[in-house]
Design a protein around this ligand. Structure first.
Ligand SMILES: Cc1cc2nc3c(=O)[nH]c(=O)nc-3n(C[C@H](O)[C@H](O)[C@H](O)COP(=O)(O)O)c2cc1C
Length: 201
């Protein structure tokens, strides 16, 4: 399957069959993530491969839109594998712009006087994770496996459940599995709505 065909075929799958994923197939998916680029090649992430059914069930519960809401994303527990993406903001490359100078530095070296809340500051950790997850999702699509980005989660609950260290963030959970209900393509904005030529317009 070409990359473009995988991009066209992919859709968010929210119903999974219990069939397990062959080890060599899962290894290929994890390698697709491992080979992803990252700012300054820092690779300041860790991905937890969750296969234990009890842990997956608790993870599904912790993936909720509203804090305290009783029902989570039950389909995560249906899938044989769920990937939990964690990143270190300190370890990632940061971009900051000050006094006419653009600087790229690992987050931990950003001088304290740089105001992290301004538009001059950007930490690339989340971008790095997003690229790796997209690699995973496209490789899974090629292997005939469904996936779904899940960013709705109670981060503290997930961290506690999976023993994620204090200084790591949990960004997203991605269930992976075979499915009987491959989704129809969702609508997208037109070419004209999202592209412009030479200037913003
Ligand atoms: C960053 C991100 C976070 C998302 N979080 C959730 C989520 O928490 N729960 C969910 O069911 N879908 C989630 N989605 C899936 C989107 O709703 C879905 O990608 C979008 O509606 C387009 O549909 P498609 O993926 O089928 O093309 C997320 C997608 C992205 C990219």
């Amino acid at each position: 399957m070409s990359v473009l065909n995988a991009i066209k075929k992919r859709g968010s799958v929210r119903s999974y069959k219990p069939d397990s994923i062959p080890e060599d197939v899962l290894d290929r998916l994890l390698d697709a993530m491992r080979l992803a680029p990252s700012g300054g090649n820092q690779q300041s992430y860790k991905f937890i491969v969750v296969q234990d059914q009890k842990i997956k069930a608790k993870l599904a519960e912790a993936c909720r839109w509203t804090p305290g809401a009783p029902k989570g994303h039950a389909f995560i527990a249906e899938a044989p594998v769920a990937i939990v993406a964690c990143c270190s903001e300190k370890g990632a490359i940061s971009r900051f712009y000050r006094e006419g100078k653009m600087t790229l530095a690992p987050g931990r070296d950003v001088p304290i006087e740089i105001d992290r809340s301004t538009a001059g500051y950007l930490n690339l950790a989340e971008i790095d994770v997003a690229i790796a997850i997209d690699h995973l999702i496209l490789a899974a699509t090629e292997a005939g496996l469904g996936t779904c980005w899940v960013a709705a989660l109670d981060e503290l609950e997930v961290k506690k459940l999976l023993s994620v260290p204090e200084d790591m963030r949990v960004l997203v959970v991605v269930p992976i599995g075979y499915t009987d209900s491959w989704p129809e393509p969702r609508p997208r904005k037109s070419h004209e709505e999202i592209f412009c030529q030479d200037r913003y317009g």
